[in-house]
Design a protein around this ligand. Structure first.
Ligand code: KG4
Ligand code: ZN
Length: 341
């Protein structure tokens, strides 16, 4: 079965095709017009998706050598809901016009399961660290659709912290790759930065409309960002390279700390990473060195892409779980929760 996957939840218009042997095409158009605003402008993102989708679908099918796929999948959330709607409606329209099954995919589930596209692939149950611009969470994946949140950020996502530090240092948007590059030229030991942990004695937090109980596997990144800000204004001014290296080491330290604890608590020793921050060189190196069985997707499969959406669509169809075309977009959506039609 060949599945076309459409991803438009943020600022990448991405379309991929996945077949029995894995990824056969993966077309990505990154929107660069947001850089001058220092962040993604939702309305501009939606319009650009609408402009690029037809050519991207055509290019993905051409690359795969297909006239049409056997099924269509599209991101249905979470994300910028206007942007999600553009890709979702496009996917549903293709499915209706071609008379093909449709799956509305959870973007986080797509990051979580993207290591299944590579060989060797992890086997359930495995741990999956999803670190992106909007989300940072550690899941125990027991099977398709069966994910337990072991820990999550109580404030900023890791990618958001990268982007905010980049803005502070005037490195542009998105900031992750720029901070990653500068950090490689700096010394992480020159500027001491905290390794923040959530205070378990405090009451549950509210985030994105959800009440979250605190866990020792949670993260907090907003204090770290403030510490970087304070260090940047110190005299004499620190070298941006050292600031980036120290910030990055602190982020990677706390990410790895929770992974090691989760492996100890659950006894599960397979760890996967996904999401844009999983493209980070230092995180990839440290996760690989934890003494666990690490599954690290190629960088292009960590940042948003269409193949990861096609992957979940294909797995859901093989499990006999298509979605009705009445399915709508969801701005917030925990992975694993089946959406009402
Ligand atoms: O998964 P993704 O492409 O989009 C979302 O679903 O959010 O992640 C984007 C995030 C941005 O915050 C970006 O700065 C960060 O991933 N990122 C990185 C790197 N490449 C992208 N962060 C650290 N190091 C990188 N090399
Ligand atoms: Zn993403």
């Amino acid at each position: 079965m060949w599945v076309l996957g459409i991803e438009t939840s943020c600022d990448e218009t991405a379309v991929g095709v996945v077949g029995p042997e894995g990824v056969v095409s993966d077309v990505i158009h990154s929107q660069d017009m947001h850089a001058e605003y220092g962040g993604v402008v939702p309305e501009l993102a939606s319009r650009a998706h609408a402009e690029k989708l037809v050519v991207s679908v055509r290019a993905a099918l051409d690359q795969a050598g297909l006239k049409r796929p056997d099924a269509v999948a599209a991101t249905a959330g979470p994300g910028l809901v206007g942007a999600v709607l553009v890709g979702l409606c496009h996917g549903k329209a293709l499915s209706a016009a071609w008379g093909l099954p449709f799956v509305g995919v959870n973007h986080l589930e797509a990051h979580l399961l993207s290591p299944l596209l590579d060989r060797p692939a992890p086997r359930f149950p495995f741990l999956s660290l999803v670190v992106s611009g909007g989300h940072t969470a550690l899941y125990l994946a027991r099977g398709l659709g069966d994910y337990e949140v072991l820990g999550q950020t109580i404030d900023d996502a890791a990618g958001e912290a990268y982007d905010k530090v980049a803005r502070l240092l005037g490195l542009g948007y998105p900031g992750g790759p720029a901070v990653d590059r500068l950090a490689g030229m700096g010394d992480p030991d020159v500027i001491p930065l905290p390794r923040p942990r959530p205070r378990l004695e405090l009451p549950p937090t509210q985030r994105r409309g959800l009440t979250l109980a605190r866990s020792e596997l949670d993260w907090s990144f907003s204090g770290l960002k403030t510490a970087v800000q304070a260090a940047a204004h110190r005299e004499p001014a620190p070298r941006p390279e050292d600031l980036c290296a120290s910030f990055q080491e602190a982020v990677v330290d706390v990410l790895c700390d929770r992974v090691v604890k989760a492996a100890r608590h659950t006894g599960v020793r397979q760890i996967c990473i996904g999401g844009g921050v999983a493209a980070n060189g230092r995180l990839r190196q440290r996760i690989a060195g934890l003494g666990l069985e690490a599954f690290i997707p190629p960088r292009a499969r960590c940042t948003d892409n269409g193949a990861m959406i096609a992957n979940v669509g294909r797995l859901r169809l093989l499990a006999g779980q298509p979605d009705p075309l009445s399915m709508t977009a969801r701005a917030g959506w925990p992975p694993g929760e089946r959406t009402p039609a």
